[in-house]
Design a protein around this ligand. Structure first.
Ligand code: GLU
Length: 508
């Protein structure tokens, strides 16, 4: 590829970032890095009525958490800025007027009432929702139907107007999508989209084309929901800049949930996250859960996202970001919808937790433990604990249950698990065992286990029958890593104290 690779993610700041949005980011990012190109984040905020406070900051935080930082953005700067379309307002009118002058667009003066009347008057059984298109435009109030002089006067008088594209009545617009191959559209079914609004702001259609041109975008990868808009964008490219400068397009497949397109509602109904991070709607205060807070590692998150619609042609499933950069190709993205499976998503996280070093997990686990009310965390012990319990944790949040007892003695015991088999012999065993433990100089798991088994043999009790009560004494419940390892990490004094306290509770 000789042309410098420049790709963009162009979100409208209208709310939280959905899985599909982050996957679009990821594929753009991987493609850019693979080809030593640039990944640009452009905020498409020209529709002020849909602007949601905080959404832009949220997008930046998500990308930072996922490790998908742009090379150019409103935050990172770059020589093609500004990267917020509302700050580029002055660029667009010129292009819209050029289209009018070249006969590809026109001024439309219709009032909202006139538009309503059009929708009502032209409604037929075959055409229940008439659009402003080639069949209707000549019946409306615009610069195609008014005398040139009248249009001019109205413009000079500052009459409210929009600029609309003049879609050809019957033309076929085709392009090659990098995922779908040749795609064709019949222009007669596409309406005359507004390009410039009455407030002087461009609509998405004009702004996306102008900015992709000005920012020298080489490839535009976006969600499949934008495919129906492609003929408008392609015609704008043709009329304004010539098709040879146009980016190569790829429309990414939908992400499917249990019932069709994955939605926020699916997440709420089935209890899984669909956003990258927690999003609290500033108006409704409704919280939509995020992968981060649910306990996903960013490494696992991008790995599972990459495979929602792509594979490298082998059975490999675990990929680091570096490997993804090396192996990713847009041509291997499937055109069919990709099914999201939460159980599989958790599997990826478990695999990444197992592969992570204790030191890399230490920060996030410590935060979770502090949130759980534990404030006496010794870093050396925490590192040992993580090593011991890591394989048992699917989500980072599982570390709380799996490791908090190391720092906080149980105040409740799963008595049902011990009671039926508890007897005086066992009580005596543990009383003697505390003395044994006291005498151990080398406080290591193997020596503790050895002492335990020898004493059990002397007292003629099966060690298997003693291990569960021992675990309940140290942990409070029937979970956690091997019990002798737990005792070793707890230390002699603490282990003995826990046995003594539990013996009192069991007696009662
Ligand atoms: N602003 C559009 C969005 O919100 C971008 C679509 C595109 O990438 O062309 O998704």
């Amino acid at each position: 590829m000789s042309k410098k690779i420049r790709v963009r993610f162009a979100p409208s700041p209208t709310g939280g970032l959905h899985l599909g949005g982050v996957r679009t980011v990821l594929y753009n990012y991987l493609f850019a890095k693979k080809h030593q190109g640039h990944f640009i984040l452009r905020i498409e905020d020209t529709d002020q009525s849909r602007y949601v406070a905080g959404a832009e900051e949220y997008i930046f935080s998500c990308l930072q958490w996922a490790g998908l930082e742009p090379d150019e953005s409103p935050l990172h700067g770059g020589k093609y800025g500004p990267y917020r379309q509302s700050e580029r307002k002055d660029n667009y009118r010129h292009y819209a007027e050029k289209l009018v002058n070249d006969g590809h667009a026109y001024y439309a003066f219709d009032t909202p009432e006139e538009l309503d009347r059009m929708r009502h008057d032209f409604k037929t059984e075959q055409n229940p929702s008439p659009q402003y298109d080639h069949s209707i435009r000549m019946k409306m109030r615009n610069s195609l139907t008014l005398h040139a002089e009248d249009s001019k006067k109205m413009l000079e008088a500052g009459t409210a107007h929009v600029i609309r594209i003049k879609m050809p009545g019957s033309e076929t617009v085709s392009f090659t999508d990098m995922i779908r191959g040749e795609v064709s559209f019949d222009t007669s079914v596409v309406d005359d989209k507004v390009l410039l609004k009455a407030d002087g702001m461009p609509t998405y259609h004009l702004a996306v084309v102008v900015d992709d041109y000005l920012m020298k975008i080489s490839h535009a990868f976006r969600g499949e929901e934008w495919l129906p808009s492609a003929p408008v964008h392609i015609l704008l490219w043709k009329y304004l800049f010539g098709l040879e400068n146009m980016p190569q397009w790829a429309h990414l497949p939908l992400i499917l949930g249990p019932n069709g397109k994955l939605s926020k509602r699916d997440g709420a109904k089935y209890g899984f996250p669909v956003f990258a991070m927690n999003w609290i709607d500033p108006v409704s205060k409704e919280l939509t859960e995020g992968f981060k807070e649910k306990g996903f590692l960013p490494e696992a998150f991008i790995n599972l996202l990459a495979l929602l619609g792509w594979n490298d042609g082998t059975e490999q499933e675990i990929f680091s970001k570096e490997e993804l950069i090396e192996k990713f190709s847009i041509e291997r993205v499937h055109s069919g919808g990709a099914k999201f499976d939460y159980e599989k998503a958790k599997w990826f996280n478990h695999e990444w937790i197992k592969r992570s070093t204790s030191s890399s997990l230490q920060g996030p686990v410590k935060i979770l433990l502090i949130q759980d009310g534990i404030d006496n965390i010794n870093e050396v012990i925490l590192s040992k604990v993580i090593g011991l319990v890591r394989d048992r944790c699917t989500l980072l949040t599982d570390f709380v249950q799996q490791s908090s007892f190391f720092f906080r003695a149980p105040d409740k015991y799963d008595l049902d698990a011990v009671k039926s088999k508890w007897n005086d012999d066992k009580k005596k065993f543990f009383q003697s065992f505390t003395k044994e433990l006291n005498a151990i100089d080398n406080w290591e798991s193997a020596f503790i286990e050895d002492g335990f088994k020898k004493l059990a043999a002397i007292q003629n009790i099966k060690p298997g029958e003693l291990q569960l009560p021992f675990r309940i004494m140290l942990v409070g419940g029937k979970f956690g890593p091997p019990v002798f390892d737990i005792a070793a990490v707890l230390g002699k004094t603490e282990a003995i104290a826990r046995i003594s306290k539990a013996l009192e509770v069991f007696a009662g």
